[in-house]
Design a protein around this ligand. Structure first.
Ligand code: SER
Length: 437
């Protein structure tokens, strides 16, 4: 595999796609334009939905770019090896031009010849179909993968995970994804009839094609799009991680300086500590980008996302009792590192740092209020109900970790199952706007 920097990786991808006739276009802002179905742009295709439906005509049928994305649905997964709230997606599209065979050939050529991935370490997933919805299994993709030389033992047929859409409505279709095998130290190897571990051992490096052919209506039913298109995407940070054989995206040069700073100042050396450090690095990097767009932390919708990211990071710092740690220093590091690619970070630097400081202060105030409320609720009871935990979180912004710590300290039991049920009820509402994994 080629050891490439993030910039070399972006250029290798764009250069390859251009050499195959794709027009390089700019990425868009993370704030969607005229699309109430999304809080943030969550995939390269999201700003281009109208090309897939035929409402607008693209400048050329085949396109490529790098698109910053915010995936709010992934926030709970952050802390593992490869999930991020803010990532850059390398994407290519063919609107009403080529379809599965060329998309698969291009992905395979790029990965094995340009990036020089060893063929035996690549696995692919394809859509197994859905009888109820009347969608057939994607036999074509299986055939096209076989044609590249991909062994059957590396072709995995999956269900829902291989049907992709940017939100609950709009253009969608079956997809085929490519995974890199990070080896025995990360879990059992895949056996043809067994489970395919996409969390730890096998890391998705390319969605080699969502084969756009349906539009999902408000009521969830599918109608055929007027023509078929291809939408591909690859997370830059994961690509850099695998190319450079790093343990996680946080060990790549895009995150290393933040991680070193956080680990050192918060003294996070154990495994739990490492996951916490990853969360802080991810959340402050994502929040900085969101604030650079002028979003102000608040109670609902889009505004709630930076609030959640900042408060979750602040509660980690609080629980770790790390007086030497400065959010302002970390924010400044993000701006210095990313300001060239995202000029609004530099232009709005003062506002970003000020907003961050204000949010941290208001968080401290609400934690104090939260602790008072916690004590009131448990004055005559040694249990907190699910509903009470949910209210402490949603009305007063108390992070769950802090509630659990307080409960432990004061010997109060917490109805976590009840809380989860309450949370799931509300998550249904925001999930509709958060995009797919
Ligand atoms: N839109 C698809 C995804 O995000 C392919 O880029 O996975």
């Amino acid at each position: 595999m080629k050891k490439l920097t993030p910039q070399e990786t972006r250029e290798t991808f764009l250069d390859f796609m251009e050499s195959k006739g794709h027009l390089r276009i700019s990425g868009s802002s993370i704030i969607p334009k005229d699309d109430p179905s999304l809080l943030f742009i969550n995939a390269g295709m999201a700003p281009m939905k109208s090309y897939f439906s035929g409402k607008e005509t693209p400048p050329q049928s085949d396109l490529c770019n790098i698109q910053p994305c915010i995936r709010t649905i992934d926030i709970e997964d952050v802390g593992d090896r490869h999930h991020l709230t803010f990532f850059e997606m390398m994407g290519s599209w063919s609107i009403k031009n080529y379809f599965k065979d060329r998309a698969i050939d291009l992905a395979y050529e790029l990965l094995t010849e340009r990036f020089e991935f060893p063929k035996e370490k690549l696995y692919v997933t394809v859509y197994g179909g859905d009888k109820e919805k009347g969608i057939p299994a994607d036999e074509d993709s299986i055939r096209f993968w076989q044609k590249t030389g991909m062994p059957d033992s590396h072709i995995v047929v999956l269900g829902e995970d291989n049907f992709w859409s940017a939100g609950d409505t709009g253009p969608c279709g079956p997809c085929t994804e490519i995974f890199f095998d990070t080896g025995d130290s990360h879990g059992k190897s895949y056996e043809k009839t067994g489970e395919f571990d996409t969390q730890n051992r096998y890391i998705e490096i390319w969605n080699a094609g969502v084969f756009m052919q349906y539009n999902r209506r408000e009521d969830g039913t599918l109608e055929k799009l007027p023509f078929m298109s291809v939408d591909t995407g690859s997370g830059l940070e994961r690509m850099v991680m695998t190319l450079n054989e790093k343990e996680s995206v946080y060990d790549t040069e895009s995150f290393k300086p933040y991680m070193d700073f956080i680990v050192d100042k918060m003294k996070l050396t154990d495994e739990d500590g490492m996951a916490s450090a990853r969360r802080v690095a991810d959340h402050i990097r994502a929040a900085t980008l969101i604030l650079s767009e002028g979003v102000v932390p608040g109670k609902d919708g889009r505004d709630y996302i930076p609030r959640r990211l900042i408060r979750r990071s602040a509660s980690i710092a609080m629980l770790r009792n790390a007086p030497g740690f400065s959010f302002d220093t970390l924010t400044k590091m993000v701006i210095d590192n990313m300001g060239q690619a995202y000029p609004k970070m530099r232009i709005n630097q003062e506002a970003i740092r000020q907003t961050m400081a204000q949010e941290l202060m208001s968080f401290q105030r609400s934690v104090k209020q939260g602790v008072r409320q916690f004590d009131k609720l448990t004055r005559d009871s040694d249990t907190l109900t699910g509903q009470q935990v949910f209210d402490l979180r949603s009305s007063l912004g108390m992070p769950l970790d802090l509630i659990s710590e307080l409960a432990k300290e004061r010997k109060i039991s917490v109805d976590m199952e009840g809380y989860k049920a309450e949370f799931a009820k509300h998550q249904m509402i925001s999930r509709n706007l958060g995009g797919r994994k």
